[in-house]
Write a new protein. Sequence first.
Length: 158
Amino acid sequence: MEKTIKIGRWTITDNGIETTKDNNVPVEYSVSDIWSVQKKGDNYVYELPVYLCAKGWVSNLDLLDFNSAFLVCQEIFENNKPKDFPKVSWSETLKRQYKRFSYSLDINSFEGRKQLEYEKEYRANLTMEEQIELCKIDLNADYSKEPEVFGDGNSRNN
């Protein structure tokens, strides 16, 4: 491959897929990373798309761009696929990825930015006692997952 292909923040190179974090730290995933899978229940899923869900510097839009880059990369490096490669469920991989979308606050979406602004404003007006009260954990209360914030300065804005 003579040229690189850029999709969002992701660049497909001769060695795989790469990007740069907001702090200018390069991140590279090799061709072997593209073909790495893991068994989840009855299915095999692609490891890298699921792994990236846990990275705070990757926004939800970045993940969608990555999925496109990932599939293009697999097409380009089809000859590097391991001989004993199992049947992998792309739909199961996406289901695992979309679980993150359901519980995350993506600061690169309009709704996510508004919610983040609201929360910052709310917390800025709390007294010290109110802040301490928010930090207390009620062990008898039902668990409620609060959204996490994802994305960095290099994430694509919509």
